[in-house]
Design a protein around this ligand. Structure first.
Ligand code: SF4
Length: 351
C-alpha cells in the first residue's frame, strides 16, 4: 500500500529504491496529496515555519563544456554572455545581505578565465565576498581538481554545489559530453572532506525512466549532502535538446516530497528558475524549505534553466518572495537561524 510506504518513510527516513520507485510512480491525486502532506509534516516538525532564502549571482555565463541540455554550452554561439567584475559581485552579494537573504550562490560556467593561474580569479571573488560582505557563500564553479576544495573552503565558501543530474551513468555520459561521471560524483565527497557543505541535484525530463529517478533519489540521499534538489528540465533554444517535450512540475514535486521524507533535517530547495514565482507555492507545499534563485532585477543577471523568466519584472526579487512566504503562513529565516543550521551540519574537515 502506498500509505504504508509513506508512513514508513515519515517514521524511519529511509526507503529501498523499490519503495522510492513505488512513490515516484504515484498518479492518483489523493495519494499525491497524502505524499505532500507527509512531507510538510516532516518539514514543519524539523524546521517549524521558517524558510531559508538564497540569492543567485550567476557571475560568468562563459563555459568550456558542451552539456547537451544547457543554454550556455560552448557550441551555442551568438548568444549574449557576460562576466561580472569582482566589484560587481561584491556589490550584488552586499545587496542580498542587506535585504535579509541568507546566502549568495556564486555560480559560473566552467569559464577558463576563472580557472587560469590556479583558479586565482575564482578564489579572489570568494574571498572578496567573504571579507567585504560577510554573507554566507555557496560556490558553484563546476568540477574542480580535488586539491582545490580546501582552498575554496579557506577562501570563505560554506558550500560547494555540483549537480549530478542523473545517477544513470549512460544517460549522464550522453548529457555531460566528455565529462567523467565518477569525477563529478566525487566532487561532493571531496568537498565534504574539506569541510564544505555540499549540494547535489537531479534534473527531471532529460530522457530518464521512473526507475532512474528513484535510483537517483536513493543515491543523492545516501551521499551525505546537506542540500539536495530536483529541477524540471526546460528545453533551451540553440541546443540539441531544444525540441524535447517539457514535463509539467508533477514529477519534480513528487521528488521534492520523497527527498524530504528521506532527508528530514536537510535543505531542499524550491527553485524559482523553472516556473518563476508561480512555482513557489506548489514546491513549498511539497516539502521544500528553501527558496533559491532569487535574482535582483535591473542588474543584467541571468538564471540557469530559464535565463530571463521573472527577473527583469522584479517577480524574483526579495520583497516579492518574502510576501509570498508570509501569505503561505511561513517566514523567511534570519541569518542567525541559518548559521545555526550550518553549524549543526557542517562536515568535519579531514582533508
Ligand atoms: S551545464 Fe554547466 S558545465 Fe554544462 S555547459 Fe552548462 S554551464 Fe557548462
Amino acid at each position: 500500500m502506498i500509505q504504508d510506504t509513506i508512513a514508513k518513510a515519515e517514521k524511519e527516513a529511509r526507503l529501498t529504491p523499490d519503495e522510492i520507485f513505488e512513490l515516484m510512480s504515484i498518479k492518483d491525486k489523493g495519494e499525491l496529496e497524502e505524499l505532500y502532506a507527509a512531507a510538510r509534516r516532516v518539514r514543519d516538525r524539523e524546521f517549524g515555519k521558517k524558510i531559508f532564502t538564497y540569492g543567485f549571482v550567476y557571475f560568468s555565463t562563459y563555459c568550456k563544456n558542451n552539456c547537451t541540455f544547457c543554454y550556455y554550452r560552448t557550441s551555442n554561439t551568438g548568444i549574449d554572455r557576460y562576466r561580472k567584475s569582482k566589484e560587481e559581485i561584491v556589490q550584488l552579494s552586499a545587496s542580498l545581505q542587506d535585504a535579509g537573504i541568507n546566502l549568495s550562490d556564486l555560480t559560473m560556467g566552467e569559464d577558463p578565465q576563472m580557472y587560469k593561474d590556479g583558479y586565482k580569479n575564482l578564489l579572489d571573488i570568494i574571498s572578496a565576498v567573504h571579507d567585504e560582505v560577510g554573507i554566507n557563500i555557496m560556490a558553484s564553479p563546476g568540477a574542480l581538481p580535488q586539491e582545490m576544495f580546501a582552498k575554496v573552503r579557506d577562501a570563505g565558501a560554506d558550500w560547494y554545489a555540483c549537480y549530478q543530474e542523473t545517477y544513470n551513468r549512460g544517460l549522464f555520459e550522453s548529457l555531460r559530453l566528455n565529462q567523467s561521471y565518477d569525477d563529478r560524483r566525487n566532487q561532493k565527497i571531496w568537498a565534504m572532506e574539506a569541510g564544505l557543505l555540499a549540494e547535489d541535484g537531479m534534473m527531471i525530463g532529460l530522457g530518464e525512466s521512473v526507475r532512474d529517478r528513484a535510483e537517483t533519489i536513493a543515491e543523492m540521499s545516501s551521499l551525505g549532502c546537506a542540500q539536495v534538489r530536483a529541477m524540471t528540465f526546460v528545453p533551451q533554444v540553440g541546443t540539441p535538446m531544444q525540441d524535447f517535450t517539457p514535463y509539467d512540475s508533477t514529477e519534480e514535486l513528487k521528488a521534492i516530497a520523497i527527498m524530504r521524507l528521506l532527508n528530514q533535517d536537510k535543505l531542499i530547495p524550491c527553485s524559482l528558475d523553472v516556473e518563476g514565482i508561480a512555482g513557489l507555492r506548489t514546491r513549498i507545499n511539497a516539502g521544500a524549505n528553501l527558496v533559491t534563485s532569487i535574482v535582483p532585477p535591473s542588474q543584467h543577471l541571468a538564471g540557469v534553466a530559464q535565463h530571463e523568466l521573472d527577473i527583469e519584472n522584479g517577480n524574483r526579487s526579495v520583497e516579492h518572495v518574502f510576501e509570498m512566504l508570509e501569505d503561505m503562513g511561513h517566514h523567511h529565516a534570519s541569518s542567525a537561524e541559518y548559521r545555526s543550521f550550518l553549524n549543526a551540519h557542517r562536515p568535519k574537515r579531514v582533508a
